[in-house]
Design a protein around this ligand. Sequence first.
Ligand SMILES: C=Cc1c2[nH]c(c1C)Cc1[nH]c(c(CCC(=O)O)c1C)Cc1[nH]c(c(C)c1CCC(=O)O)Cc1[nH]c(c(C)c1C=C)C2
Length: 619
Amino acid sequence: MQLSCVSSRASRGVRRQLLFQRIRNGSAYRRSLHTQPFDAAIIGGGITSLTAAYRLSQQEDCKKVTLYEKSARPGGLLQSEVVPVDGGDVVFEYGPRTLRTGPLSCLPLVNLVSSLGLADDIVPTSKRAAASTNRYIYYPDHLVRMPAPYPDQGALSFFWSSFRTVTTEPVFESFLSGIFGELSKLPRPHVRDESVARFISRRFNQKIADNLVSALYHGIYAGDINVLSAKALLGPYWDLEMKDSGVALGFVDMKRRGRKFRYMDDFLAMTACIRGVSKENRRAVLERLAGASVFTFKRGIGQLAEALVDSMKESGKVEIITDARVNSISQNTKTSDLTIRFGHNDSNSRVHNRVIATTPAPELAKILDTRSPKEANQNHPSKTVRSLQEYDYAVSVMIVNLYYPSPDIIPVEGFGYLIPQSIPMEQNPERALGVIFGSQTSIGQDTAPGTKVTVMLGGHWWDDWEESDLPDHDTAVSMARSLLERHLGIKDTPSVARTRLQRNAIPQYTVGHMTRMQELSNNVREEFHHRLTLAGNWYGDAGVTDCVKQAYLASTYGMGAKLSEDNEIRMLYGSEPWTKYAYREWDLEGGIVTSPVRFFEQSEPMLRVVNAFPAIRRR
Ligand SMILES: C=Cc1c2[nH]c(c1C)Cc1[nH]c(c(CCC(=O)O)c1C)Cc1[nH]c(c(C)c1CCC(=O)O)Cc1[nH]c(c(C)c1C=C)C2
């Protein structure tokens, strides 16, 4: 039924009621699945895998879920430790430490947290807190606060303080000329992709790329902007260049007219969020997140993984097998079912109808590149293996967590600071990427009164290093301490120091990434007959919020659910962005589940959808 047929408020109300009934008893959802009941396997134990397994366990059509995790502990990069110290506890993170609350993109995460009943454990960081407004770049030998309005600061005062910073700080050298120069730049000639550094240098200038943008990408990907892909990482800004106005004016125009570009995937994921969560639970989470920029949990981000595991144990439908290294996945050419061989002894094997793999590309290439002599009816997925083999670049990060008994030893208030690639070598011989003032980014998490700091070392700086060159615990701690003394004047001795080297933890989306992912997805669909789905930070974006979104997409559309016109979103909100496109031809089953239309401009009815979640609206 089309919403345009709806003429009166009353009939809209009735339809809405009917819809809620259908959603409650699950019929709207079941109706859209075009598959038979299935048995699913998940390979990997990180946040994407756990979320996908949890979501599948709630689907009637999914009879059983088996999750294979190679290590002894599920959770992947989500690793938190509660350390008792004098006067209380301190929570250390060895992976992601805060969760984004950006509008729309975080709906699956909000849905998940609500569904797990974690509202009371949320530790929000207010948008007005220093950690949200004060972000620094260290250049060339001091901290520079990036222009951002203080809470309640007037527009004029903000303008003058920003103008002073931009015209006096060396980190902003050539900034204004770069911005004004961009206004007269012509759109690029046909270029399929280029590095972030090249794009920024071409449109603005190299100083802006080296001093500012490189710092930002250290904080997200620990990566080198000279190789990271502009098309993959700059989102709609990469496309703005092709408009008449160019990037800077286009940006101002978007802000002025309130125009917003949205990822189509966010809307697709939203369709999977409507069911399964009680209104009370969702309201409780949204209330906790009201006015927050990011959040974490009382016992750290790892609590999310623990809650997922606990909840799945209760469901009785999910089997989590730890210490289970998957050795091969092969497909029966007659039934299309997938056989997984795992463990030290290859005689462990199980057959599944569908598989979701979150395994890093180089490892997955090896798993798929095996031909089992025991199975006659199987093909070799050579195109998939080749695509995976082309994708083998990830960086390692050394996380150094320090706790000092004294409070207030950091000379400024804020989130922390990032270090750009252009920093003089004598200011950063440790090859640090950034420092986080942990006590300030998650106020209320630690019960101990002291100061928590995290220093991040390595990333792309360690690309050519041998294993023996990487710092051990003691070296990493002394590197972090000398950096903090040089940059912040901290001479105290930490009472606790914990380190973890996260090897090849952050995949790098280099130039050509989007095309390679498209090819990989097509190859997987073709060679595995839509029965194998890839998800996780290697195949989508890297943040926890994005991984949760991908898990939602993989466990619905990846499993064969169909996008429809007559669905919940249209009935509830009066608009579906995909109906403008030939969405019936979109192939979302198996492969990497992502819409072929990457962005669309948000229309008025969609704005209402976003505004339905006031807690997560941007300032
Ligand atoms: C293990 C280290 C990691 C570094 N980056 C990531 C990890 C897991 C992945 C990552 N971090 C951020 C994003 C952006 C999207 C998001 O979901 O937030 C991604 C993909 C942002 C981010 N980076 C740092 C923090 C505290 C945040 C949270 C968001 C915010 O408040 O803006 C700090 C940080 N992470 C890394 C470094 C080197 C670093 C430096 C201070 C590497």
